[in-house]
Design a protein around this ligand. Sequence first.
Ligand code: ADP
Ligand code: F6P
Length: 324
Amino acid sequence: MAKTVKTIGVLTSGGDAPGMNAAIRAVVRTAINRGMKVKGIMRGYAGLLAEEIIDMKTTSVSEIINKGGTILYTARCMEFTTPEGQRKGAEICRKHGIDGMVVIGGDGSYRGAGKLSALGINTIGVPGTIDLDIACTDYTIGFDTAVNTAMQAIDKVRDTSTSHERCSIIEVMGRHAGYIALWCGIANGAEDILLPEKYDGNEQVLINHIIENRKIGKKHHIIINAEGIGHSTSMARRIEAATGIETRATILGYMQRGGGPTCKDRVYASIMGAKAVELLANGVSNRVIAYKNGEFTDFDIQEALAMQKDLPEDQYEISKLLTR
Ligand code: ADP
Ligand code: F6P
């Protein structure tokens, strides 16, 4: 029989992402308005093991929907990857009366959520990462804000790159995935887009492209390089030496992860947070919320973790046609 959840814990884990606060707000308000209690767990699984647990009211989440970061803070926690750490986490949940949990984070956080679920704490994952690298979902909280932030920054680099007639290599985040690079590459009209899923390391092709573009009168050459490839600074040195064209590297870094969330991130995160609570209210456990083929849905955690995600081939092909 479905277990009725009385008290929901909510935590954010892994890298923060703009929109996580909107998800926390939705969890808290949906749960309280459905007659449940909510406890906020600070600093992800690390805070759970340290019993950093606070009572949350509807007003605890006032004034946060527009804010980047996460009011619950976030952390990475090795101890929770061990069976002892997981058992301790489940025990602490029980001690605090937490019988349902919403974990907002990426794949790693889902693994922890699956463990909590197996130990009897009804647990639901919500996809929070700027990287868009969760296979079961076409949307992750924070991606939209991150690409918009990066796009605006790249536009600025482009201006000065044009004035100085330089080549610019701009490195964007994404861990092992190229989604942020692909989107920025298209949105910023980059001359080259280097994606970890596709790049073969052949710098001569880049060099030839830069030289050809100079011949047809292009004033700048923007290369969007994904973090998963990296080495932007040394790449810039080699390209400058080979082309004779001044080449600078800019690593956008953490600015991509901060800032107020876009409308899409606020709305989707709110819907996902609310849907996570709905599942818990219905006695469901071990699921992750997803947005797939235009609809909000949910998947079994282990099935979601086993899924593979490939960069959309059509989008990649289009991006290549637009850079030439
Ligand atoms: P993300 O959730 O963004 O993928 P991480 O991979 O860093 O970020 O995972 C966040 C946290 O989730 C880890 O610090 C750890 O506490 C927990 N976690 C990761 N993998 C596991 C696992 N196999 N079992 C239990 N917990 C895990
Ligand atoms: O997962 C989000 C992300 O920003 C990745 O793009 C990046 O590789 C990683 O987190 C950086 O993590 P940290 O905050 O530990 O440096």
